[in-house]
Design a protein around this ligand. Structure first.
Ligand code: ASP
Length: 392
């Protein structure tokens, strides 16, 4: 403070003689400047004291933990190599924003992640958030190949208001310009942001905050994660996370999908429809099938009708995941398929060719599969299932 006053005095003495500020103005300015300097240093001290919020980092593997045979090249790498502690240690800047505790859940490429991992991870996060009120939020590091699926599963099953941020990288930790450290920093800053509370599970990648419901990996380069028409809810700018939107469909605290009595998930398969397609036959027969389609061929319609009649729940969604369907009456479509003879037959055939059973709203096929797996832990009633696909 003394130094600042001296600095100001020497500045005023260097001013041209034509302008001489009144003494009272100079004194007021000195006081204002000193106050600003003091306030700024107090704020900086707050960030760096033990009063920083606590974040739990749960590492699962992926490219963000990837190490190359020849570091610093464009060469190949092994995903899931660095430990949680090593990932943390590589970003000292994290300490400015949070006390970060690290936990190793797994260390694998995310293609090795299975529904059993989802259940175990969600249970772990629920337990931690329930038992540790001191934890502001959780960051999950994950391979990008299956990141959107794990994030969506957590979005539906972590029954908490606290932020859970899933993060990965497209370049390995030892690569040229790795994106992991900046993404991790963004994830931790988002996890401790009061604005992030209640917004469910999010993905922080490439300075974007994307809701787990909508996030998808569009391509395998930096910038490849995005939220489609409705999913990017904020950005991480120089001043930190800034939100513009919030998810309103059920998730987190408002989700009905407690895993308390769930140890494994029903089997749900995923398939596509296409020109000339006849529909997929499944062996063994699963509990549910998701078909990505804009409309069935007659042969597909017959196949999936037969599947439904054998007790399998069939859910359809657009391949893009962008379509918003009005709910149709599924019962109208449980009819035998016959060759159209009259115009009325053709209309009936067209109706039968429409997506049968339950229709999903604005959700990618792989996420419809996850929601169906969870829904089938609760019900097989068609109206209830349709309700679930309208509410989440
Ligand atoms: N193969 C990696 C994985 O999903 C890709 C990545 O993390 O970007 O684990």
């Amino acid at each position: 403070m003394i130094q600042q006053s001296l600095g100001l005095r020497s500045l005023t003495s260097a001013m041209p003689a034509v302008y001489r500020a009144p003494r009272t103005t100079v004194a007021a300015l000195a006081l204002l400047l000193a106050t600003l300097v003091l306030t700024a240093s107090r704020l900086a001290a707050q960030v760096d004291t033990a009063g920083r919020p606590t974040v739990l980092l749960i590492a699962t593997g992926g490219t963000i933990a990837g190490v190359q045979d020849a570091p610093g090249t464009l060469g190949s790498y092994r995903a899931g190599t660095l430990s949680a502690a090593q990932i943390l240690a590589s970003v000292p800047e994290l300490a400015r924003y949070a006390t970060v505790e690290a936990e190793q859940f797994s260390n694998v490429a995310s293609t090795a992640i299975t529904p059993a991992h989802w259940v175990a991870l969600a249970k772990r996060i629920n337990t931690v958030l329930h038992e540790r009120s001191d934890i502001a939020g959780v960051v999950v590091t994950h391979g990008t190949d299956r990141l959107e699926e794990t994030a969506f599963f957590l979005y539906l099953t972590v029954l908490s208001e606290k932020p859970v941020i899933v993060v990965g990288s497209q370049r390995p930790a030892t690569g040229i310009s790795p994106d992991g450290p900046i993404n991790l920093l963004a994830a931790v800053r988002t996890a401790v942001s009061p604005q992030a509370v209640g917004k469910g599970v999010m993905v922080a990648m490439d300075d974007r905050i994307v809701s787990a419901r909508e996030v998808r990996k569009l391509y395998q380069r930096v910038g490849g994660f995005e939220g489609g028409e409705m999913g990017t809810i904020g950005v991480i700018g120089g001043d930190g996370p800034e939100f513009f939107f919030a998810p309103v469909r059920r998730h987190g605290r408002t989700s009905e999908f407690s895993l308390a009595d769930v140890d494994s998930l029903p089997r749900v398969e995923l398939t596509f429809s296409y020109p000339g397609g006849t529909g997929h036959q499944f062996h063994p027969v699963p509990d549910g099938v998701v078909v990505a389609t804009t409309g069935f061929t007659r042969a597909e319609s017959a196949t999936y009708l037969a599947l439904r009649q054998s007790g399998v729940v069939v859910v359809t969604t657009f391949p893009s995941g962008e379509n918003v369907n009005a709910t149709r009456s599924p019962r109208a479509r449980i009819e035998p398929v016959k060759a159209p003879v009259t115009a009325a037959d053709s209309a009936a055939a067209a109706e039968r060719a429409a997506p049968p059973s339950v229709t999903a709203q604005h959700l990618t096929p792989q996420k419809v599969r996850i929601l169906l797996m969870l829904a089938l832990t609760r019900t097989t009633d068609r109206d209830e299932l349709q309700r679930i696909f309208k509410e989440y």
